[in-house]
Design a protein around this ligand. Structure first.
Ligand code: ADP
Ligand code: MG
Length: 475
């Protein structure tokens, strides 16, 4: 392959070797209907006339369990769901009857409930067609469902190769073991005051928040958070879990005051907070900090790390000169970053390092509560586990509380004392991690059972109530 000329390679591409990208949305042209794009490769490479190509595409849509296989192709990409588009991208790859398909994290952007159906469809098609596949993922449990052999890659080098069974049960390389360990729930060693009953730090009552103009009744045009009530106790952590679009970030933004809530109460340390950040005192702002998912967009690329950390120190604590410099060093120590990094810019740091800076900036304010909104979602498993360990360590030292928002149950489980499940802007369940096996609400049941397990038979033996899937899963 490496020695082939560009022209020879182009002949292989799309016909012998096909590719399913991570983001199908980015791979489809929004202005052309789906079927025309799926069959395009057959006309470019003159593989077959248009009519049989269309028939073959519809056959593939059916094999991939897409709804209305006859007509779905006449839609535009924005008219199908994310899970459907991902399967349509697979149809595009398979139409030319390739010998090898490369799947590049094709389910990473999907909710766990949708992921199951996409994985099942891929697995069934691959089995039936005897095509070879390379399935690239950061999620070992997902790979375990679909692969016969697994290659563990780190820093551009192969660390270990083995059958799926060997990698899962007989891993030799320390990095593979680290990956596996990230799946083993660790004992949760959060010190809890044994005497006085837990005092509430944050109480939220019937919070309503959303976007767009206010209607005559004072409620926003698009109601996203629909009357949510919850409590966070001092020194304890609350997890919020739910599918994408369920209103988790909107809730976090309204707690922080970035997005003014429309109605309801936010009580912090016994005092009612103003709806928007403008109606809150500087101390109230200081005590609740928020850390966002993407450190790339949260950190100003033009500033050095020391500028980024210095800003909240000056704003909240009026620190200047040497006092400020010393505090920056302490903050870097706290998040286990070398002090020398202070002169770099965000682009000169790794993803994990950036997220540590992001976190240090929240710590600079000296908060009591940190809202962590999907802070590990962009990181790989091992780096994410290290960030969780850091959060726990800082909690023991500083007595902080976290609201930890994620779509990933295993992460929330590792750090939270209590877990709230959100669906469609409502809190449908509040549960402790030790009771995850017995959720009360049907949606939580569906959600919890959809998290991939390391067991390679998990996907094939999983049975979920079709009625639940119909009600709660947006296919
Ligand atoms: P989550 O964090 O759970 O994925 P979000 O709170 O980000 O969900 O979004 C919930 C809903 O609110 C989604 O339907 C989203 O499209 C909508 N939404 C989010 N931000 C805005 C905005 N700025 N304007 C209008 N609608 C928005
Ligand atoms: Mg979000």
């Amino acid at each position: 392959m490496v020695r082939l000329t560009k022209k020879q390679r182009a002949r292989l591409r799309g016909t012998q070797v096909a590719y399913v990208p991570q983001s199908a949305a980015a791979a489809f042209n929004p202005a052309i209907t789906i079927l025309d794009q799926v069959i395009e490769v057959t006309s470019i490479h003159k593989l077959m006339p248009a009519d049989p190509a269309r028939a073959r595409a519809i056959e593939l849509f059916r094999a991939l369990s897409l709804p209305n296989p006859e007509t779905i192709g006449s839609r535009y990409p924005h008219q199908v769901s994310g899970g459907q588009l991902q399967r349509l991208a697979a149809a595009m790859a398979l139409i030319s009857d390739p010998k090898l398909v490369i799947f590049d994290e094709p389910t990473t952007a999907l909710d766990v409930t949708t992921q199951i159906e996409v994985l099942r469809a891929f697995k069934a098609v691959m089995r039936k067609s005897h095509i070879g596949g390379v399935y690239v993922s950061h999620d070992l449990a997902v790979v375990a469902q679909i692969a016969d052999r697994i290659v563990v890659l780190k820093g551009g080098e192969v660390q270990e190769v083995g059958t799926t069974d060997d990698i899962l049960h007989n891993a030799q390389h320390p990095y593979t073991r680290q990956l596996l360990a990230a799946f083993t729930p660790k004992p949760r060693a959060i010190a809890q005051p044994s005497d006085d009953p837990h005092k509430p730090l944050l109480e939220i009552e019937n919070l309503i928040a959303g976007y767009g103009d206010r209607l005559p009744d004072g409620l926003p045009m698009v109601q996203v958070v629909k009357s949510v009530s919850l409590t966070v106790e001092k020194g304890r952590n609350l997890g919020i879990i739910g599918e994408s679009g369920s209103g988790k970030s909107t809730l976090a933004r309204s707690i922080a005051g970035i997005l003014p809530s429309a109605s309801g109460h936010i009580i912090f340390n016994g005092r009612e907070l103003g709806r928007s950040d403008r109606e809150r005192t500087r101390d109230q702002l200081r005590e609740i900090q928020i850390v966002f998912q993407s450190a790339d967009t949260a950190l100003n690329p033009a500033k050095s790390i020391e500028d980024i950390l210095g800003r909240p120190l000056t704003f909240y604590h009026v620190l200047k000169g040497k006092a400020c410099q010393d505090r920056i060093n302490t903050l870097l120590d706290m998040v286990h970053l070398p002090r020398a990094l202070r002169h770099r810019r965000p682009s000169e740091l790794s993803g994990g390092q950036k997220q540590r800076v992001n976190f240090a900036r929240a710590l600079a304010a000296d908060p009591k509560l940190i809202l962590c909104d999907e802070i590990t979602s962009a990181l790989d498993t091992v780096v994410a586990a290290a960030i969780i360990d850091l959060l726990k360590e800082l909690q023991r030292e500083l007595g902080l509380s976290y609201i930890f928002i994620s779509h990933d149950l295993s992460v929330v489980e590792a750090i939270c004392d209590e877990i709230v499940v959100m669906y469609g802007g409502k809190k449908v369940e509040q549960i402790t991690p030790d009771r995850l096996k017995e959720p009360q609400h049907p949606y939580s049941k569906l959600l919890f059972s959809s998290v991939p397990k390391l067991d390679p038979t998990w996907l094939d033996t999983l049975s979920q109530d079709p009625e639940l899937l119909n009600t709660y899963c947006h296919r």
